[in-house]
Design a protein around this ligand. Structure first.
Ligand code: SAM
Length: 287
């Protein structure tokens, strides 16, 4: 029987539902439309057109990968984040929509500092794809950022994303164990560090456990290791007027506030995600 975009969506959806995947319809549509390079409008008007056999094969092998729990955007190799198309690699976390809340909150901080100083230097600790830093640089041309990561593969992807989005002149990828290779002081620090307790990792969904790198997830025994290092290092890496914004796990607000307050920071703002969970904390130095 002839394959069409519509028949491939149905085939994918049926298999995803049978396998108990949570977003079967959306995943099926995303995979087919992106792999066949068809817009939503084209899917509606031409969904019944014949699809060449080799293209249908590409879709079927993507269906197999999704059935093995590989997330849709990893299969596609890219995803949108705060208006930027970002390449993913096995060394990078797939940026999450929740992290856009951190970008949104920090954008007003960054713009305020840039309005006063004419420029704003941003340090992104654990940059991964470069998502947070590149989104800030893209949204405000007065931003120049350094993205730090321990993973050379992640830094390669972040540099590629900077280039693909025309931001390479305002982005430096720095190989560093948190602050170890960081020089100088910054106006703003942002970080979405690994914050999952080591003991919880085996129980994460296979989409996350099998495909996001462990280095991007594992926050140590209580999930808070990175915050301790970041809070301590930030005291000397921030300008006196500096501000730091971090993403947190839904149950970490109290502990993360204690960690930063012990280093002389005061909580300036807290924001929740769309599910009402604590997600972002913004601190300033109280000196
Ligand atoms: C949760 S991911 C966040 C990635 C990206 N910022 C985002 O929001 O999509 C945490 C990142 O921290 C990096 N990382 C883990 N340990 C690190 C360390 N000791 N020094 C620097 N980066 C580290 C990981 O490689 C990973 O890219």
């Amino acid at each position: 029987m002839m394959d069409t975009a519509d028949s491939l969506v149905l085939e994918a959806r049926r298999q995803f539902m049978a396998a108990g995947l949570p977003d079967a319809s959306l995943d099926a549509r995303l995979l087919v439309s992106n792999l066949l390079d068809l817009s939503s409008a084209h899917m509606i008007s031409h969904g019944g057109d014949a699809v060449e056999a080799h293209k249908a094969e590409v879709v079927r092998s993507a269906i197999e990968r999704r059935l093995a729990h590989e997330p849709v955007h990893r299969i596609l190799g890219e995803r949108w984040f705060f208006g930027l198309k970002l390449a993913l690699s096995p060394d990078t976390l797939e940026p999450r929509p929740d992290t856009e809340i951190l970008v949104e909150r920090m954008l007003s901080v960054v713009s305020q500092i840039a309005a006063q100083k004419g420029a704003c230097r941003v340090l992104d600790l654990g940059t991964g794809t470069g998502a947070i830093c590149l989104a800030l640089a893209n949204a405000d041309e007065r931003v120049a950022g350094t993205g730090v990561d321990l993973s050379p593969g992640a830094l390669e992807t972040a540099s590629r994303n900077a280039k693909e989005n025309g931001l390479e002149s305002r982005f430096i990828a720095l190989h560093s164990n948190w602050f170890s290779a960081v020089d100088g002081v910054y106006d703003v620090i942002v970080s979405n560090p690994p914050y999952i307790s080591s003991s919880v990792i085996p129980s994460l969904s296979p989409d996350v456990r099998l495909y996001d790198p462990l280095l991007a997830l594992d926050g140590g025994d209580d999930g808070l290791d990175a915050y301790r290092i970041i809070a301590q290092g930030a005291t000397s890496a921030l300008e006196p007027h500096g501000v730091i914004g971090v993403e947190i796990g839904f149950d970490q607000k109290l502990e993360v506030c204690r960690i930063f307050e012990a280093q002389g920071f005061i909580l300036r703002e807290a924001a929740s995600d769309l599910g009402g969970n604590d997600r972002v904390l913004v601190f300033a130095l109280s000196r």
